[in-house]
Design a protein around this ligand. Structure first.
Ligand code: COA
Length: 129
């Protein structure tokens, strides 16, 4: 019986930082939710790629809620890692924090679970470690 290759969550960790610029904000100078979701999708996809060494597609996203506004000029840190894998699908946990560097304040912004599926060149699901 062949055993699947094993990998640990730490092997897939992807850390991404972004500076909130005027083009990322709404008319209140707060980060737009859609922009943050876009960055979360990218960070989570990189983690899923690192786990699978494959092309990956977003299959689903769990609940995402925004508890406090993120201000223009804040630095966003997104940390993503694969926390479970199944056949072709992977659960990715992502943690987001926002930092006001001149003000010396860092707050936890939000967390979410994404599901990615590894696919072959034709877009068909393919097994992952
Ligand atoms: C995700 C996708 C590859 C699944 O293909 P499929 O032909 O439905 O494949 P299957 O039904 O065999 O499922 C394959 C795996 O995907 C998982 N999956 C399928 N739909 C899912 C969903 N909505 N949420 C979570 N997992 C899902 C299945 O549970 C299965 O997991 P496993 O292999 O670990 O057991 C396909 O639906 C797809 O390409 N979707 C569009 C992806 C995309 O474009 N994302 C960007 C959106 S803007």
């Amino acid at each position: 019986m062949s055993r699947k290759k094993q990998k640990t969550p730490s092997e897939s960790i992807a850390i991404m930082t972004e500076l909130v610029l005027p083009n990322d904000t709404n008319t209140l100078n707060n980060l737009m939710g859609g922009r943050l979701l876009h960055w979360m999708d990218i960070a989570a996809a990189i983690a899923a790629q690192k786990h699978s060494n494959r092309i990956v597609v977003t299959a689903s996203v769990d609940n995402v809620s925004f508890s406090a506004p993120i201000r223009l000029g804040n630095v966003i840190t997104l940390t993503a890692k694969v926390t479970r894998s199944f056949n072709s699908s992977m659960e990715v946990f992502i943690d987001v924090s926002a930092e006001d560097i001149p003000g010396g304040k860092k707050v936890s912004s939000n967390q979410a679970f994404y599901t990615f599926v590894a696919v072959d060149q034709g877009g068909s699901p393919i097994d992952v470690p």
